[in-house]
Design a protein around this ligand. Structure first.
Ligand code: CTP
Ligand code: MG
Length: 239
């Protein structure tokens, strides 16, 4: 089975407003996309990156992205006709780990077309009416998931789902929804909340802090540093 990573990095990053495509903005000392590229490269036979058209072809396996996110996924997948399994990931999620990728890959058992990393919703979700002010209903939280990437698919199923018109691709906020709409079977794998998406300035600061913490933990030679992402602060010794 040939596993190909499709890293989508062709967005403009308007909400971040950094004056450069978001995936190429610096985060903890490297361009944002390089963090997740490392994790994908550790588990995939090959990784194709969809980049803004002006950056395509400058490096191997960098192809021109499209106007929509799913269009960029399709462009990357078209460059990987050998793929049996495709792993789609947003360059905007730099805290991806090879552990999460392996759990998602292992979950693509017979009978499933796709696997999505997702975190259980912890906020109460309400829906407002047309004026976007008055609450019309509160959704029962049980059974709701905030879906992330990575998303792992049988490549042939993803290829078929992406052969949609531009309007359908533009309306899809993830690729799994295109497969679900065609009757495909998609399952979730619970992912850590740390696998956050960088959308605005605050996210970039949080991602930077978590990546530096992770790097510090990896570099430390002390056996028990307590440097995990969820560690509680250690009390300072009394003077
Ligand atoms: N993406 C892409 N091609 C597009 C749009 C988005 O490859 N036409 C990628 C982005 O580079 C990002 C991921 O899809 O890694 C998720 O998109 P998002 O967070 O919305 O990033 P941007 O579209 O860059 O940001 P914004 O919507 O604020 O402009
Ligand atoms: Mg976008």
């Amino acid at each position: 089975m040939i596993v190909v990573g499709l890293l989508v990095a062709a967005g403009s990053g308007e909400r971040l407003g950094a004056g450069a495509p978001k995936a190429f903005v610096g985060c903890a000392g490297r361009p944002l996309l390089e963090w997740s590229l490392d994790a994908l490269s550790a588990v995939c036979d090959r990784v194709v990156v969809a980049v803004p058209p002006e950056l395509a072809g400058l490096e191997r396996d960098r192809v021109a992205g499209a106007a929509s996110r799913s269009g960029s996924v399709r462009a990357a997948l078209r460059a990987a006709p050998e793929a049996d399994i495709a792993i789609v990931h947003d360059a905007a999620r730099p805290l991806l780990t090879s552990g999460l990728l392996e759990r998602c890959l292992a979950a693509l058992e017979d009978g499933w077309d796709g696997v999505v990393a997702a975190a259980p919703v912890s906020d109460t979700i309400k829906e407002t009416g047309p004026g976007r002010t008055r609450v019309v209903r509160t959704l029962p939280r049980r059974g709701l998931w905030a879906v992330q990437t990575p998303q792992v698919f049988r490549a042939e199923v993803l290829r078929a789902a992406l052969e949609a018109d531009e309007a359908t691709l533009a309306a899809a906020s993830d690729d799994a929804s295109l497969i679900e709409a065609a009757g495909g079977a998609v399952r979730v794998v619970e992912a850590p909340a740390e696998n956050l998406k960088v959308t605005g300035r605050l996210d970039l600061r949080v991602a930077e802090a978590l990546l530096r913490e992770r790097e510090g933990g990896a570099k430390s030679s002390r056996p028990d540093t307590g440097a995990g992402l969820c560690s509680s602060p250690t009390a300072a010794p009394r003077a």
